[in-house]
Design a protein around this ligand. Structure first.
Ligand code: GLU
Length: 278
């Protein structure tokens, strides 16, 4: 190959790399700045029915999607100008730190450990860790029954998995998968005895598998869902807090819960949470 051709090839490859990284949204702009440019990249879950779901036709649905869309609208970005990006539990802090997303609304519990890396608006929903088992299971009926070397599935980088390691490690065998839908497959196939994560996530899976899976016991932790933003970006956090407050006050918050979970067994729209403007 001639020197000129090599140069042209190299330039082409650099151009492709620049375009590719631009697609990922990996920029230094804050959520507020990107919103001012009329676009936002938002991290959600793709596999959690009722919360964050990528549908077969490529559309997105769920309470997290509705909250994200409402917040985006308040920041001046229309639904069609949102790019949703999958944010698996273990990757959320990294996605925010690297600027690959502007913010994350993905069943993301506010914790002090995570606050070392990211900031949170909210909470916009409060739930707690619970257990999902096959409908014919009779020996697991709450956190107290986690003994006898049960096989329990949860997801890497999630607070419920960490809680099991901290509190129940000697009683159960924890298997950590990348997503909750993989845990559901393992549960249905009999490879694990139970799936543990937030009650509202489990109710969504139970509703998707009527007669096959059931939620048991009472929630045994408190999980406060926040919207994760870049650490130190107080401007965006304040604006997102205002948007969440507006969603609650206007009735859109309760309507979104009703829309996504109204038909779900054992679900009631709770009182709205108090926003923590720390
Ligand atoms: N809310 C918990 C967490 O943030 C569990 C749900 C999830 O993994 O997304 O870790």
């Amino acid at each position: 190959m001639s020197f000129k051709k090599t140069l042209r090839l190299a330039a082409g490859m650099i151009a492709i790399a620049v375009v590719a990284s631009g697609c990922g949204g990996g920029d230094d702009k804050t959520a507020t700045e990107n919103a001012a440019d009329g676009k936002l990249t938002i991290g959600i879950k793709y596999d959690q029915p009722g919360l964050g779901l990528r549908n077969k036709d490529g559309s997105f649905s769920g309470f997290d999607v509705d909250v994200a869309t409402y917040v985006a609208d308040k920041l001046g970005v229309k639904a069609e100008d949102i790019t949703f990006k999958e944010a698996p539990s273990a990757q959320r802090e990294t996605l925010i730190e690297n600027g690959q997303v502007d913010f994350i609304a993905a069943t993301y519990s506010i914790t002090d450990k995570r606050k070392e890396k990211v900031d949170f608006a909210g909470p916009y929903y409060i739930t707690g860790q619970s257990l999902l088992v096959r409908s014919d299971n009779t020996d697991i009926n709450g956190a107290e029954s986690l003994s006898g070397n049960k096989k329990l599935c949860s997801v890497k980088g999630s607070t419920p998995a960490q809680n099991i390691k901290d509190q129940y490690a000697k009683d159960v065998q924890l298997q950590e998968y990348d997503t909750y839908s993989l845990c559901v497959e393992a549960l249905k196939a009999g490879a694990v005895d139970a799936l543990t994560t937030d009650d509202v996530i489990l109710r969504g899976f139970a509703a998707q598998n009527p007669g096959a899976l059931k939620v048991v016991g009472e929630p045994f932790t408190v999980e406060k869902y926040g919207i994760g933003v870049k650490k130190g970006d107080t401007e965006s956090r304040d604006k997102i807090n205002d948007a969440i407050q507006d969603m609650i006050t206007s009735g859109a918050w309760a309507a979104a819960l009703e829309k996504n979970f109204g038909e779900t067994t054992g679900f009631q729209v709770p009182a709205a949470p108090e926003i923590d403007r720390y």
